[in-house]
Design a protein. Structure first.
Ligand code: CP
Length: 313
């Protein structure tokens, strides 16, 4: 595997191998010295054309814990603000002897375009409304920790599906791993081609969470309402959205006791998720963030050290 541009690049065995490697990388988090040597002398550039807190920092930490040199380049403060094209920027950065580019961009397909121009490895760190493969991997890692096997597990993904690269990557990966997914959202926030996705679809959150539509739910993933990608009215008001699709304290009680609450972040508290749900016992939001470092270490390790390399802790 040269690049990770989509979860479609991962067959089931490869996805599970990455999750297994991440579990080994995760052991590092309990150590005082969090450093392994395998990527010593390698250079990784985080090329971010869109804002990020979790993805950029965790890729930086992941690269550094594997002893790579990691440089952050963002659109703000770079020559992109002087009008340099995506191609020229990518070729310029890659020409500096870079081994991997980790790319975030607001345009769907941007990471794949860059992969066609440069010789180094490219990791998609989120491209428009298309995909966010390492987010799906870290979500799968978190679910595996809480639920064990994926086979026949039922995951509800709720909210602004239309604008969510996280939803698309999760549906594909969870389906590939053997889980069942139900997407829940208002009709205006379900993409037009969703009928062709390998999942069920519902507009009724209460029916899904209570198991009346599609059977018991093993986990619920709330999605951010992506106001910055919306032009026009997708719902009458934030209050009505919260009433229909927010994870309120009352809705939490509809879930089975074992079911964790996930959110990729950043969260709009009081809109798609209440503080009771975000901070309660069921919330695994910070476990997802922690898993992000281990999973990104596993991805960088696999791409740069090779699929046959062993993690020596
Ligand atoms: N989940 C996620 O991609 O968060 P950031 O935008 O903070 O990276």
């Amino acid at each position: 595997m040269k690049h990770l541009l989509s979860v479609a690049d991962l067959d089931r065995a490869t996805a599970l191998e990455i999750l297994d490697t991440a579990a080994r990388m995760n052991m590092l988090q309990d150590r005082e010295v969090k450093k392994l040597p395998p990527l010593r002398g390698r250079t990784i550039v985080n090329l971010f054309f869109e804002d990020s807190t979790r993805t950029r920092s965790s890729f930086e930490i992941a690269g550094k814990w594997l002893s790579a040199d990691v440089i952050n380049v963002s659109a703000k403060g770079s020559s992109v603000s002087k009008g340099e094209s995506l191609r020229d920027t990518a070729l310029t950065v890659a020409a500096m002897g870079v081994d991997a580019l980790v790319v975030r961009h607001s345009a769907s397909g941007a990471a794949a375009r860059i992969a066609g121009w440069v010789d180094c490895h490219v990791v998609n760190a989120g491209d428009g409304t298309h995909e966010h493969p390492t987010q799906a991997l870290l979500d799968a890692y978190t679910l595996r920790q809480r639920l064990g096997d994926f086979e026949d597990r039922h995951v509800a993904i709720v909210g602004d599906i239309t604008h969510s690269r996280v939803a698309r990557s999760n549906v594909l990966l969870l389906h590939n791993l053997g889980a069942r997914v139900t997407l829940v959202g208002p009709p205006t926030l379900l993409p037009s081609g969703v009928a062709g996705w390998p999942c069920d679809v519902s507009w009724d959150l209460d029916a899904v969470l209570s198991g009346k539509a599609g059977g018991d739910v093993d986990a619920v993933m709330m999605l951010r309402v992506q106001r910055e990608r919306m032009s026009g009215g997708y719902f009458p008001s934030e209050r009505e959205y919260a009433i229909g699709y927010g994870l309120s304290p009352e809705r939490l009680d509809l879930l089975g006791e074992h079911a964790p609450v996930l959110h990729p972040g950043p969260m709009n508290r009081g809109l798609e998720i209440s503080s009771a749900a975000a901070d309660g016992d069921r919330s695994v939001v910070l476990s997802q963030v922690k898993a992000g470092v281990s999973v990104r270490m596993a991805v960088l390790f696999r791409l740069l050290a090779g699929s046959s390399a062993e993690v020596v802790l």
